[in-house]
Design a binder for this molecule. Structure first.
Ligand SMILES: NC(=O)c1ccc[n+]([C@@H]2O[C@H](COP(=O)([O-])OP(=O)(O)OC[C@H]3O[C@@H](n4cnc5c(N)ncnc54)[C@H](OP(=O)(O)O)[C@@H]3O)[C@@H](O)[C@H]2O)c1
Length: 281
């Protein structure tokens, strides 16, 4: 039996596993559905019970796949979903959340995020989140793809400091947040949820990554994940619809990178030299 998945405590008080499951590109085809659901079920069995989804993904199809995978085991999982920016008016946020709850087949979302800044004033979205929280339809709320300026704007709003996380793009090849957003988030006690942690597979052929992986008897994906997981205040949500990938990703928790490994990875994937605008997918 592998050791437990390490956890962190959100500012809202919930304890969540630091390694979870992404679901972008799931729920898009009937043919892939059984395999996707089996992968999510396996991830839950292995303790990766933080599940990230969104109304955007396959137009609710990913939420439905998650709903099928968690049926009968709601109490074992921590569900994150997101409102699309165009729906994020006060009333639109409430309506979108109710649709997501239906897709997921549950009566409360654990953490509900604004997917990225959109056309509606932030205070409108916040009012929607507060209504949903007051009605018990969400446990906590947060944001995604917010840069430092967005976070400061949020913090200036009444109730804005209650934000539970900021979900942003972070992997070896995309390290911009290290210059500004990561230190800002640490100073304000807001944990980052890192998305696209293996760069959708694009970095896996890198020679330095392969060399470090060979030294650890690990795969490049495990090193890429271990590199993000070394930040003890981050959650990481790789997506895998292949069961072998799910097992491999779970075992990334056993990777302990040395100072030499980190130096070699810094050479191949240099850290930012100064503040850059936040990248997103
Ligand atoms: N908030 C946002 O704006 C935002 C944006 C992007 C993503 N996200 C969230 O973050 C999650 C993860 O990001 P992502 O899906 O973009 O990219 P990712 O997790 O970096 O990469 C997913 C890809 O890598 C493959 N893969 C997974 N494990 C692997 C392994 N051990 N070895 C080799 N390949 C492996 C997957 O293949 P298989 O599926 O075939 O296993 C899939 O093609 C998303 O699913 C979504 O939930 C949020």
């Amino acid at each position: 039996m592998p050791s437990d998945v390490p956890t962190l405590k959100l500012p809202s008080g919930e304890t969540v596993p630091r390694l979870g499951l992404g679901t972008w590109r799931m729920g898009e085809s009937r043919r892939a559905r059984a395999q996707e659901i089996a992968a999510i079920e396996l991830g839950i069995d292995l303790g990766m019970t933080l599940i990230d989804t969104a109304e955007l993904y396959a137009n609710g199809g990913a939420e439905e796949a998650v709903g099928e995978a968690i049926a009968g085991r709601r109490d074992q999982v921590f569900i994150v979903s997101k409102v699309k920016p165009e729906n994020s008016s006060r009333a639109g946020t409430v309506a979108a959340c109710k649709r997501s709850l239906k897709h997921l087949g549950i009566d409360q979302i654990d953490l509900y995020l604004l997917h990225w800044r959109g056309p509606h004033p932030l205070k409108e979205t916040l009012a929607g989140f507060e209504t949903l929280h007051g009605d018990g339809l969400i446990k906590a709320w947060g944001v995604s793809n917010f840069d430092v300026g967005d976070m400061e704007e949020l913090f200036a709003l009444p109730g804005g400091v209650a934000v539970a996380t900021n979900q942003v793009l972070y992997n070896l090849a995309t390290r911009g947040i290290e210059a500004d957003l990561l230190p800002w988030s640490r100073a304000h006690g807001i944990p980052i949820m890192a998305y696209t942690p293996i760069d959708r597979g694009r970095i896996l052929r890198n020679r330095a990554l392969a060399a470090v992986a060979a030294r650890h008897d690990a795969t490049p994906a495990q090193i890429a994940l271990g590199w993000v997981l070394r930040h003890k205040d981050m959650m990481v949500i790789p997506k895998a619809s292949n069961e072998a990938h799910v097992r491999e990703n779970r075992a990334a928790l056993d990777v302990a990178l040395t100072a030499d490994d980190l130096a070699e990875l810094n050479e191949a994937f240099p850290p930012p030299v100064g503040a850059t605008s936040l990248e997103m997918l």
